[in-house]
Design a protein around this ligand. Sequence first.
Ligand code: ADP
Ligand code: MG
Length: 212
Amino acid sequence: MVSQAQILQWLQAFATEIEQNKAYLTELDAAIGDADHGINMDRGFKKVSAQLPTLTDKDISSIFKAVSMTLISSIGGASGPLYGTWFLRASTAVVGKQELTEQDVLAILQAGLDGVAQRGKAQLGDKTMVDVLSPAVAACGQAVEESQGTLEAMQKAVAAAQRGLQETIPMQAKKGRASYLGERSIGHQDPGGTSAYLMLKSLLGVLESSGE
Ligand code: ADP
Ligand code: MG
């Protein structure tokens, strides 16, 4: 089970992870985009971090919805609407819940991925965050099917996300700004995929630190 308090811890941990990786994410985006991904994400998640104390009495779905609205209104660029959509869909997957089973965690990851893929019209292999989120959902799904529990399912999800992230390097971008570079986008790790990996990794970190 993942508690509402752990969800709040996760969002804070992700905001901290983004802050610590702001320069790195921006550097990745400088190679194949417009050098603002770390700046965009940090702006949005600083707002989220400031908002968290107002969400302590809310259920998990309402927390995700509030985060979504904050991200959509404060992050410019492609990643604002995409992360906003991820959290909005996550919110609709767990309506009214105060704690999450591993099936709920899978439902969140699946709904978030579906939302991002739909909104960005991105498919696997387009060199976007979909290439990280999609293998994570598949690995989590398999672990849940084998009744492995939330911690194990997230460990599998993060390992798959990390492999997916490495696989973005040789890809040619088909969506977003990086696609304007054509073949010159090959050989660089996708910035949005990197932040998506950090999102999953920070959730795992919270589960590991509480011995879930
Ligand atoms: P912008 O490209 O507007 O400057 P960011 O730099 O914040 O926005 O985010 C870029 C990231 O967004 C990319 O690395 C990629 O992962 C993701 N992205 C861009 N376009 C799409 C899309 N159509 N579908 C899914 N993800 C996308
Ligand atoms: Mg950019």
